[in-house]
Design a protein around this ligand. Structure first.
Ligand code: AR6
Length: 254
């Protein structure tokens, strides 16, 4: 497992394999961070984007990074335009981070920098977006170095706090503190975390009643989580493994 950090600065100055831009569906460039990235990468970025457009909200596509080299690729993802929070905006924002991370993994990137997608022109509330960004990348730490780049102090503080926030869960039946529950064959690290008592192993088969429990308490009660909270147990799992392995996430960098 690598590092996930909140960084304050200009994303075009980040020395990483992949920079993510908060694009619009045309991929031709625009204002905000997208404008800065297009200016730094040169006009070929818009030409390459046009060949892949349109890109729907929540999706991500990659192009070369042109003049941003040694950055190898720009990933263009389109965030949700904020309406009232009831139009699926959260899910679209989660999808921006997930799709970008999966694409970066396919491109064998060792490092990636994200801006605070959708929090500028698209109007997504900053605190809610920071929480979603942090929880989503913590639930899917498949790139060695992940930077969440903030352009202002307030966003930096929100991201830093969201990255450091412990994920805790208590049993709805008895109130005891829970640990994340893992089904399937555990990788060696998960087995070690289970030996240390910070992860519960559920065995190879999911319960036949169709439920997918994600948490377990010391009295063996098991329960799932709401769709909205889906990623919390995943984050708890990765955190427990990191602690077992003695890794320091180093989650905040000035
Ligand atoms: N480095 C890092 N972050 C930056 C930079 C920079 N150089 N410049 C701005 N930000 P926005 P959106 C921050 O509006 O809300 C474009 O026109 C900024 O402070 O860039 O997803 C696209 O083409 C904010 O926190 O993206 C779309 O049409 C964050 O980046 C539309 O805007 C995102 O703000 C997308 O809007």
């Amino acid at each position: 497992m690598g590092t996930i950090a909140a960084v304050l600065g200009d994303i075009t100055r980040q020395q990483v394999d992949i920079i993510v831009t908060a694009a619009n569906e045309s991929l031709l460039g625009g204002g905000g961070v997208d404008g800065a990235i297009h200016r730094a990468a040169g006009p070929e970025l818009a030409e390459a984007g046009a060949r892949l457009a349109p890109c729907l909200p929540g999706r991500a596509v990659a192009t070369p990074a042109f003049d941003l080299a040694p950055v190898r690729h720009v990933i263009h993802t389109v965030g949700p335009v904020w309406e009232d929070g009831e139009q699926g905006e959260d899910d679209v924002l989660v999808s921006c981070y997930v799709e970008s991370l999966l694409l970066a993994e396919e491109l064998e990137a060792g490092s990636i920098a994200f801006p605070a997608i959708a929090t500028g022109i698209y109007g997504f509330p900053a605190e809610r977006a920071a929480h979603i960004a942090a929880m989503t990348v913590r639930s899917l730490p498949i790139i060695d170095e992940i930077r969440l780049v903030a352009f202002d102090e307030q966003t930096h503080a929100l991201l830093r706090d969201a990255l450091a926030e412990p994920v805790e869960e208590w049993c709805p039946t008895c109130g005891e503190k829970a640990i994340p529950l893992l089904f399937g064959r555990p990788v060696e690290e998960a087995r070690q975390a289970a030996d240390a008592g910070s992860v519960a192993l559920g065995g190879c088969l999911l319960p036949e009643d169709g439920t997918e429990p994600r948490w377990q308490c010391p009295r063996q009660h098991r329960w799932g989580e709401s769709r909205r909270d889906q990623r919390r147990s995943q984050v708890a799992l990765h955190d427990a493994i990191a602690v077992t392995l003695g890794e320091d996430h180093g989650r905040s960098v000035p």
